[in-house]
Design a protein around this ligand. Structure first.
Ligand code: ATP
Length: 139
């Protein structure tokens, strides 16, 4: 069997993942990509999405990523994310509240200029909340 690759996912406030993985699949801004040990070196930006990996015991893991960068080396993947949580650490109530807040802001901003900073922020917050809920299997 192929050897493992080391995966690190960090945000400005915490280390989210630091362990070996059999395979890593990440939401690149140009599309999802998979990495096994021995992959060619490259650097890419990431979009909001789910980083998936198989840990060294073969368990499937999912991590919410709000966007960021990934550096791929032959033996290591480093993800620098704006915010990230493992599926088990996602707080469903918090995400539901964030979704409601964002929806309220967006409906009260109806007819506003699309480039309005609050509109853009609320839209991004809504996307984060919806994706967190989808990882937890909540519609
Ligand atoms: P909120 O409005 O609830 O803070 P947000 O989308 O604005 O949500 P982020 O800016 O993406 O939050 O993240 C801020 C910090 O809070 C990060 O450390 C992130 O991991 C954590 N976080 C945000 N939402 C959740 C959640 N639903 N469950 C667990 N951790 C969360």
């Amino acid at each position: 069997m192929a050897e493992n690759i080391f995966l690190e996912v960090v945000t400005p406030s915490k280390a989210v993942v630091s362990e070996e993985a059999q395979i890593v699949v990440a939401p690149g801004s140009e599309g999802e990509f998979g990495v096994l040990k021995g992959h060619t070196t490259f650097l890419t930006s990431l979009k909001l999405g789910t980083l998936r990996y198989k840990d060294s015991s073969g368990h499937d893991r999912a991590v919410f990523i709000s966007g960021g960068f990934a550096e791929v080396l032959p033996n290591k993947v480093t993800v620098l994310a704006e915010s990230a949580e493992r599926r088990k650490d996602i707080d469903v109530d918090r995400a539901k509240k964030a979704k409601e807040r964002a929806e309220k802001r967006l409906s009260s901003a109806g007819g506003g200029v699309p480039a309005d900073i609050d509109f853009v922020r609320a839209e991004a917050a809504l996307r984060r909340a919806i994706h967190r809920l989808s990882i937890k299997g909540v519609a």
